[in-house]
Design a protein around this ligand. Sequence first.
Ligand SMILES: [Zn+2]
Ligand SMILES: [Zn+2]
Length: 336
Amino acid sequence: MALVTFTELGFYCAQADLYIDPLRKVNKALVTHAHSDHARPGMQHYLCHTDSENILRLRLGQRISVQTLAYSETISMNGVEVTLFPAGHVPGSAQVRLSYRGEVWVISGDYKTVGDGLTPAFESVRCHHFVTESTFALPIFQWREQQSVYDEINAWWRENAAAGLPSVLLGYSLGKAQRILHHLDRSVGAVVCHGAIAAANLALAQSGFDFGPWEDGTAGLSALQDRGVSLGGSLVVCPPNALRSSWSAPLGDYQLANCSGWMAVSKMGQWGGVDRGFVMSDHADWPQLLEAVQASGAEHVHVTHGFSEVLARYLRESMGLDADVVEQALFERSDA
Ligand SMILES: [Zn+2]
Ligand SMILES: [Zn+2]
């Protein structure tokens, strides 16, 4: 039997009795990162990278049982060597290497191979079987050089601030938000974070991550105004649902932008109900996916989590690999 099998509960290594990012309650769950489509509640025991622990507890409960591993540290589980390597997706994200009697699998979770200046950079790991995501596995997805996107965001903010308007940026509270914070030009104005993002920031700060100064909007935006923070020229980072609540009321008129890989396929000027779209993703684009597969040296590639059919067919027909699709029907997107 293969070292890893694909079960209704997710990827399973029977020899180690270990599930990777399982969909439902199991005894031992190795969680590649803390996004909700990978880290689910209710597991007896969690195993994750050291930098994921605080976020995992924040999201799943302080009392969960968690064992942590550093990158490149190996533990043995019933003879199976288990090692985590950086996936470059979000802080604390990891690829899992499983090795047993000469057979090596790498389950990469979500990843990007281009550095974001914050998350430890993706490391390619040689293996026989490589499990890859495929969120943006279409040739039309090719990210631009990231600094130019950060420059665009800062220019947009500066323009709005000059007009006395707050700039609101939508971003997922783990990963995207911190990456944005890390690259903002603080000379323009105050940076304000919604409570959900503030909580993630504080958990990551405990692990030593630093994204520059920001104001904590947990107690509300008027509380910040009372403390002398000017919302007029500020940049506010929040998850999309914050705008449907009274939290955003003190902002009055504002400019709204979204940071997502999906902005690449939005028509110019029609960014799905926002004023501005910035193409920024924590997932690999098409060239990065191909590069990662090639660098793994794997002959067998298992594609999941996105445009799986497209990528698997390309790997078979153009790269001569043994590639198949692993559909985990219950995968829900939470992070693009
Ligand atoms: Zn993710
Ligand atoms: Zn994911």
